[in-house]
Design a protein. Sequence first.
Length: 221
Amino acid sequence: MPTPRTRVVRKTLADSVYDDLYDAILSGDLAPGEILNDKAIAETYGMSRTPVREALRKLSLYQLVEMVPSKYNRVMPSDERSILEAANTMYGLYEVCVREGIAHVDEAARTKLERLAASIAVAAKDEDRRPLTEDSYQYFRLLAELSGNVLLPDLLHQVAPQASRVLAPRAGVSAPDIVGKTFAAIHRAVLDGDRDAALVALHTMTEPSREAFRRLMREVD
């Protein structure tokens, strides 16, 4: 009996640079406003500047890097308030995705959601924040697309990059183990078509960042 071949997905040079910079931005190793010199990065990786620029352009599309031609590239300036504002805005959109999309989950969508949920569970266990962030976003984006609400996917795309920074390590906010456990509950409810249970689990998952935002606002006041 022939052995099935395993499909190997090969990363490009730009993909490798993108992954490293993405992780560094989310973790805070690259601080908001920090200059990203494409020549220096290329030398570090021992490659030309072309794949580095490609990675920076992709990061700029997600509003994680600011590129000003002939001047500088830098990590998009931000602060705790703007990050939490973006996160809570995205969580509000996630609620709309659940409310409007859950009734339209068909067999094809179930297969895609199952695959994303499995990846999220592994990422949460491994505390691997990039796939945890990206796959969570893709999960709700699929619900948005199923909903038929043409505004939802674009709105999610606008706020997701800044909101993803809330997953960077900080006390009591969106810890991977919390996200993993509560997301499993969200997923079970989605597959069961139980909108109310999915919304309760979503609120549990997002409450730490909501509380962090409320605490921040009390400090400002």
